[in-house]
Design a protein around this ligand. Structure first.
Ligand code: NAD
Length: 424
């Protein structure tokens, strides 16, 4: 499948945008340049070269990275991204976002991220498994409950997390691992019920919270979603359950729209069969570039970073943006959205449900306990609402939720550094 040119934005714009925002907010909180350096620069960057032999009989040389951005509050936590365009700087920026996210959602984790530069859409399931096992073997000494705990991100999911656990246990000659080395794995291998849906469910909870605060009804909202993977598909299906109307949706293959609402049953069945949205009869095919500026009330970027630039921000029709993806809005666009009065639920709050439930999975495995789905759903909804309320109350205006969320995260990290005796 050919990746679309749309949104294949250069990663450096996304990276510098995230760094600019963190620097600005840290300065607003009175931190000096020495302190800011700790928030911007990763603590450790590991570069790996994988050389797996794939089903074509050839050895393929692939670059991979693990970035431990911060371990101030605990072991580095963050997903493994498999994509053709990952590089050290984008993985570092995503690791920094994880540091802020774990601090904001208040779990004892630091921030990390891993990336493998390969297009997952071009791989057979067997080749994908070989690559993940090759990554795990090479990265083994950098992964562990006290060091870095991976999870799914773009291009990886539950299956891959299962292979990671198996590779590590097998390498030790044991049936299982001692403690939690990876989250987001299948329940049958010690995963936690509800982890797969957690990020999407958390996104929907933040939308419920904001609707309540703004006197809106979710069942009257017309929604557009970019991305139909682990996160986007859950968000779409959950929102339908809440009575919202999904009027546009896209994946890497293309975008479809229906002003009267897409029948999600048709979408789900088509996607199951074809593994892509392009050609789905639930709606008309539209130019993917037009999706983000379609007429709607709520826009949910749930794919890649950097998709909302100044020009998109100027033309967006939605009055609320829920950042399910990491880093979808560039800083130049943020200023425009603010001026236009568009309310943005920032990524470090909006999509933090996944890492929160990962923390529950970590404690479940560490304590050899078993959680039920309803326990997990209840804890997730409670934490998302509680953190949303804190951000909302801290923000000086509904259009300034990002500043409030980042400010709270940076202050929490600052306290962590002081408590460790690293700052006075
Ligand atoms: P995924 O790989 O399961 O799905 C990604 C989706 O985006 C797919 O539908 C893909 O076709 C689509 N996509 C890729 N490139 C695109 C493009 N150029 N234009 C339009 N669509 C495109 O990934 P995911 O786990 O759903 O992650 C989506 C986003 O959410 C990422 O930004 C990720 O970092 C973020 N996120 C994921 C989790 C999680 O638990 N999986 C947690 C927090 C944040």
């Amino acid at each position: 499948m050919q990746a679309l040119p749309i949104n294949s934005l250069n990663s450096s714009a996304t990276v510098s945008s995230i760094c600019d925002t963190v620097t600005k907010i840290a300065r607003q909180h009175g931190m000096d340049e020495n302190e800011i350096k700790r928030f911007i620069e990763p603590k450790e960057v590991i570069r790996l070269r994988l050389s797996p032999r794939l089903s074509d009989g050839q050895v393929h040389h692939l670059s991979a990275w693990i970035v431990r951005h911060s371990d101030t509050l605990g072991p580095a936590k963050g997903g493994i991204r498999m994509a053709a365009n990952v590089d050290e700087s984008i993985i570092s920026a995503l690791a920094m976002e994880m540091t802020l996210k774990t601090a904001l959602i208040d779990v004892p984790f630091g921030g990390g991220k891993a990336g493998i530069r390969v297009d997952p859409h071009q791989l057979s399931p067997d080749d994908k498994q070989v690559i993940i096992r090759s990554f795990t073997n090479l990265a083994r000494r950098h992964i562990g409950p006290e060091v870095y705990i991976p999870a799914p991100d773009m291009g990886t999911g539950e299956k891959e997390m299962g292979y990671i656990k198996d590779s590590i246990a097998y390498g030790e000659g044991h049936a299982t691992t001692r403690g939690c080395f990876v989250t987001g794995k299948p329940v049958v291998l010690g995963g936690i019920p509800g982890r797969h849906d957690a990020t999407g469910a958390g996104v929907v909870t933040t939308l419920q919270c904001i609707a309540e605060r703004m006197g809106l009804h979710l069942d009257r909202q017309r929604v557009v979603i970019q991305g139909f993977g682990n996160v986007g598909a859950v968000v779409a299906n959950e929102l339908i359950k809440h009575g919202a109307t999904v009027v546009g949706i896209s994946d890497v293959s293309g975008a479809i729209a229906n002003p009267n609402g897409l029948d999600m049953q048709v979408v789900n069945t088509y996607f199951k069969e074809h593994q892509q949205l392009s050609g789905c009869p639930a709606g008309c095919g539209i130019d993917p570039e037009q999706l983000l500026v379609m007429d709607c009330d709520v826009l949910i970027p749930a794919a890649i970073g950097g998709v909302i630039d100044a020009s998109v921000a100027t033309n967006i029709k939605a009055s609320i943006i829920a950042e399910a993806a990491n880093g979808p809005t560039l800083s130049e666009a943020d200023a425009i959205l603010q001026q236009r009065g568009i309310v943005v639920i920032p990524d470090i709050l909006c999509n933090a449900g996944g890492v929160f439930v990962s923390y529950l999975e970590y404690t479940q495995e560490t304590q050899r306990d078993q959680w039920t789905l309803s326990d997990v759903q209840q804890r997730l909804a409670q934490r998302m609402c509680q953190r949303f309320d804190t951000v909302w109350q801290t923000a000086t205006a509904p259009q300034r939720l990002r500043e409030a969320a980042m400010g709270l995260a940076i202050e929490h990290l600052h306290q962590g550094l002081i408590s460790r005796g690293l700052l006075t």
